[in-house]
Ligand binder design. Structure first.
Ligand SMILES: Nc1ncnc2c1ncn2[C@@H]1O[C@H](COP(=O)(O)OP(=O)(O)O)[C@@H](O)[C@H]1O
Ligand SMILES: [Mg+2]
Length: 359
């Protein structure tokens, strides 16, 4: 049994959502592309505009932050967009990162604030707009226009690194912005099961005492994380299972700990994805999870057409969004002459339906 002052954790920090490990496994290509974008700034030149695209939890934020932390001497402003939603909030964060103190709370338009920031700039600047597809496209267009015109307007060197989960993001930009936003794209594909295993293994080795996480429990975490397609969920499960083992007074994390936290954890976890859906989208998701088996997308559509009279195009947009958010999976199967797309569940039905009821 575990004494009250004992712990099976070596370090709980490595499970923090903001923790950046000193090694990012399986991201060599992305890291060198990003380094190449930032490097010119070290020599006093212009950073290369860069767009990072990929589903959630594919290491976009970590890779960009890692490269910036390595590029000592490069001036960078980092803005996580959902938290600073208005143009003013975003510019205020840029001001803060450049000037080292808070921006005035009110009173001046954000364009003025930007102008002040540019006047204070003494070397090349990298502006990171993380999760940029979460803010309104009008705001994005306004901001990008301002940022991209800055070299011309203020004689500064400035590069934008935009991070988005939506591959369609570039299409949403206005023609004015499109005409001046020339960027290199860095793609972040989903991690495969083996890649997830390597990454999660590193966390276990650094986060838990030797032998404190049983191999079976670890394999279970890898399986659940790779089924959900979400590495972040795997990291969450490691820590939560560890806490569960400690609560039982056990020195070792076993499969039962992983299973115990899975249902509750998945629910909290899903709540985040579900909050990004509107009511039509949640309805489609619900139907998918109410069905016993996988279903051909066409059959699902006929059902919807009857029940709610949704257009074909809208329906397919919704399915694609659910797939992008890793809530459902598609599998293509050759049937007769054409290819049929089947929609699969990624989570237990009980877990998803339970989470949906809370909306
Ligand atoms: N290649 C990697 N090696 C180690 N940890 C990683 C790697 N990629 C992602 N992570 C971890 O997974 C979680 C999600 O990564 P993050 O960079 O926030 O993804 P994104 O910004 O694409 O949503 C974080 O806890 C991060 O530390
Ligand atoms: Mg991110």
């Amino acid at each position: 049994m575990l004494r009250w002052d004992e712990t099976i954790f070596r370090s709980e920090d490595v499970f923090d959502p903001d923790f950046i490990p000193d090694v990012l496994l399986h991201r060599e290509g992305q890291l060198s592309q990003l380094t190449a974008s930032v490097m010119p700034a070290l020599r006093g030149g212009s950073p290369v505009h860069t767009l990072c695209l990929g589903p959630p939890a594919t290491g976009k934020t970590s890779s960009v932050r890692y490269v910036l932390s390595q590029a000592e001497g490069v001036r960078a402003a980092y803005v996580r967009c959902p938290a600073f939603a208005t143009a003013y909030r975003i510019m205020a964060k840029v001001f803060e990162d450049v000037c080292g103190h808070q921006a005035p709370q009110t009173g001046i338009p954000y364009i003025k604030l930007f102008q002040k920031t540019m006047e204070r700039l003494d070397r090349p600047l990298v502006v990171v707009l993380d999760d940029v597809n979460f803010i309104s496209i009008d705001v994005v267009n306004e901001l990008l226009y301002l940022l991209l015109k800055a070299p011309e307007e203020y004689g500064v060197k400035l590069g934008v690194v935009a991070i988005a989960t939506d591959i369609k993001f570039p299409l949403a930009l206005s023609p004015e912005v499109g005409a001046i936003f020339h960027y290199t794209t860095v793609h972040f594909p989903l991690y495969g099961r083996e890649e997830m295993r390597d990454i999660l293994r590193w966390r276990v080795e650094h986060g838990f005492a030797d032998g404190a996480f049983s191999d079976e429990a670890f394999e279970r975490v890898v399986e659940l994380a790779s089924d959900s397609g979400d590495l972040r969920f795997g990291i969450y499960l490691l820590r939560a299972a560890g806490l569960n083992a400690e609560r039982r007074g056990s020195r070792r994390v076993e499969v039962q700990d992983v299973d115990a936290v899975y249902a509750g954890g998945a629910k909290i976890f899903l709540a985040k994805s579900l909050s990004a859906l509107n009511s039509d989208e949640r309805e489609v998701l619900k139907i998918v999870y109410l069905l016993d088996e996988e279903v051909a997308a066409g059959d699902l559509y006929r059902f919807f057409q009857k029940e709610v009279g949704m257009s074909y195009q809208r329906f397919y947009e919704i399915l694609n969004k659910l797939e992008r958010l890793r809530l459902v999976d598609f599998i293509f199967d050759r049937k007769g002459r054409g290819k049929t797309r089947y929609v699969y569940k990624r989570y237990d039905s009980d877990v998803v339906l339970g989470a949906l009821r809370e909306f």
